[in-house]
Write a new protein. Structure first.
Length: 364
């Protein structure tokens, strides 16, 4: 390795050699250091990183972690994790040696994070705090399992925040109809909300729909992709889970509505997006319609809850509902158990039977 000063620019640079994955010797040059001490620090960390030493800086290890993680998860998930790391973790631990971070350091970090506020002045939710802590723990856990770090001090410190049991928001049919009438002045809003309520598809699934996804002879809708806005670009990704790949049968009225709507869109091609709108547009329309209709404002995802609750009230099974909305039946039962009208009653009756059987055995 060599640390030299570039006579033309006046900046310091590092020139070094390393072996790649195949064992081939390659040269690496890093330029742009204002001070020689900065170049030497980078050189030291590069050596530690190449030797996979746990004495490397936390920042250097995060570079390794993100490089290993990126090809293994969805792009939007990766960017979310990267944002948390860069804004909530690296500012505190970036310059520390990986093996110098103590449990007490993590607790002090937690105290600082719990003081942070969002742009609206509110503290972060317990769920988000837990997500931030879990990300630090995941990084250190990777260091323990793959690079020989002795302990995951984040796990020792204990988590901050907790999972919140958010109240499940949904509309009745009457509330939805009142809302729909108030956004009917904009056709794209009208048909978007019709699709969300009557099919239970996710927001990203709606925004990814193309004419090719509809079979109006069979009145079916194919869900095989999702829309995301990532790094300023429109991105079409796979659906949320493998179970999310599904075919939905539409009610007759909805199939007729969507066929007419698609025909009304000038010049649209089979693989063009139907709903060229953003998620923020839908949220704005939700605000507008709910206010005009005088109904409670629910989240866009609340329309999915509304669809599922409607199907439960119509006495369809958890298995059938799960197939339609792209959930496992066990998830439907777990998350919506309170909406199944007979579940608690059936449980109580079964417990009564079990107790009677036990009492009768003892009497004998």
């Amino acid at each position: 390795m060599a640390v030299i000063k570039n006579k033309k620019t006046g900046m310091w640079e590092v020139r070094t050699y390393y072996k790649d994955l195949t064992g081939e010797r390659k040269q690496k040059t890093k330029r742009g250091f204002v001070k020689k001490s900065e170049a030497l620090e980078w050189e030291r960390n590069f050596k530690l990183k190449e030797n996979q030493s746990i004495s490397m800086s936390f920042q250097s290890f995060v570079d390794i972690y993100l490089t290993d993680l990126e090809p293994r998860i969805k792009r939007n998930t990766f960017l979310t994790k990267k944002h948390i790391i860069e804004t909530k973790i690296l500012p505190y631990f970036g310059k520390r040696k990986l093996d110098d971070i103590r449990t007490s350091d993590v607790i002090q970090w937690q105290n600082e994070i719990m003081k942070l506020k969002k742009d609206n002045g509110e503290l972060f939710s317990p769920t988000y705090l837990k997500t931030i802590h879990n990300q630090l723990s995941a990084i250190l856990n990777y260091a323990v399992n793959m690079y020989g770090l002795k302990d995951n001090v984040a796990r020792k410190a204990g988590t901050m925040g907790k999972e919140e049991n958010k109240e499940m928001e949904f509309w009745t049919q009457e509330e939805f109809q009142r809302f729909l009438e108030c956004v009917a002045d904009k056709p794209i809003s009208y048909y978007a909300f019709e699709m969300l309520y009557w099919t239970g598809i996710r927001e990203g699934e709606l925004l990814a729909l193309t004419p090719a996804d509809f079979n109006f002879e069979k009145k079916t809708l194919r869900i095989n992709k999702s829309y995301q806005r990532l790094e300023g670009e429109d991105v079409i990704t796979d659906p949320k889970t493998p179970k999310s790949n599904r075919t939905i049968v539409m009610p007759d009225f909805l199939a007729i509505e969507m066929e007419d709507f698609i025909k009304s869109i000038y010049g649209i091609k089979m693989n063009d997006r139907i709903f060229i709108i953003s998620k923020s547009y839908l949220h704005h329309e939700m605000d507008r319609g709910a206010k005009l209709a005088g109904v409670k404002r629910i989240r866009i995802h609340g329309l999915r809850h509304s669809h599922i609750s409607l199907l439960i009230n119509l006495e369809f099974s958890a298995l059938a509902i799960g197939e339609r909305v792209g959930h496992e039946a066990v998830d439907i039962t777990y998350h919506y158990a309170h909406l199944f009208p007979t579940v608690q009653t059936d449980m109580a009756a079964q417990l009564e039977t079990e107790r009677e059987a036990l009492v009768n055995v003892r009497k004998e």
